[in-house]
Write a protein that binds this ligand. Sequence first.
Ligand SMILES: Cc1cc2nc3c(=O)[nH]c(=O)nc-3n(C[C@H](O)[C@H](O)[C@H](O)COP(=O)(O)OP(=O)(O)OC[C@H]3O[C@@H](n4cnc5c(N)ncnc54)[C@H](O)[C@@H]3O)c2cc1C
Length: 309
Amino acid sequence: MKNKLITKVALIGGGPACATAAIQLVRSGIEIILVSKEIGGTIKNANLVENLIGYPEGVVGLDFAKSFQLQLTKVGVPIVLEEVLTVEQIGNKYITKTAETEIISEYLIIGTGSIPKKLDVEGEEEANLNGKLFYEIYNVKQFIDKKNIGIIGSGDVAYDYALNLQNAANKISIIRRTAKTSSLPILQKRVKSTENIVVLNNHVIKKIELKEDKIHLEIEKEGNLVTLIKDLILVAIGRKPNYDFLSEGIISEYTNPKSDSKLYFIGDVNKNNFRQVSIAMGDGMKVAMETVKNIAEKEGYHGASRQVW
Ligand SMILES: Cc1cc2nc3c(=O)[nH]c(=O)nc-3n(C[C@H](O)[C@H](O)[C@H](O)COP(=O)(O)OP(=O)(O)OC[C@H]3O[C@@H](n4cnc5c(N)ncnc54)[C@H](O)[C@@H]3O)c2cc1C
């Protein structure tokens, strides 16, 4: 362990939830460290974010992420750009460790978002390791040029991915196990009117194989086995809260929160939360204000107890 840092509040995550909390805490004069493996978070995958107040024309997910990266720098949020491997509580301190750094804090705010669910079929991991199957779109967009893409899933994310790639890919198939979609009507309408996107119903993936430069999907379709051949696959079958790296003690607080805790979960990682940027930002702001209030009450007025605009 090379670096040992001590701070009042540590935040884990570089998405909208922790970015909002971090900016408010710094503006309130609280000593913080934000640690994240990257800045921007899941919204980098979004084709066009149209439900955020202030963006009447919508905003491309990557552009939105870049804008709050700039804001974090401008406000002077101290950032450790590393992956957190373990988090535990020892006495009344939280110990957050990466491969390089140990951060000791009195308060801990966890905003580690969600991770994509896997298909859990034979050949999936091999295809992922060979750069043929992906779960997030933002880091593969540059490989899509004129390719034949399969998107597995039937919700908002699958439809959003398809629309995101409509100009880059040759052909896009949304492959779903039923004939139903849980996607927003507006996304369904756009997909329907996009020529190079088709929706394949009742296709259940059984096996994945790599053959030469292609990915072969073995599919059960209404009792028959069929094969689909694609250049690349994106899996978008849902996401789950990302907290597996936390110690048992911390996870038990996640499940049964204590009323006097100095540990908070915000944004998509929060159980039963609706996954939306504005909710993540609202969580971040609320927890920042609560933390400021707690610190001011326990340590006396230091300029932080007032509302900060
Ligand atoms: C395709 C797509 C389209 C979307 N479109 C919209 C939309 O139009 N409108 C909308 O409101 N929402 C949309 N969302 C949802 C939105 O992206 C999330 O609700 C939002 O990003 C949640 O923010 P968060 O800060 O809670 O988590 P995230 O954005 O997931 O951020 C989590 C952060 O934690 C970091 N992290 C995770 N684990 C570790 C670790 N072990 N160590 C260090 N850092 C770690 C990550 O690197 C990341 O920076 C969309 C999502 C997707 C996938």
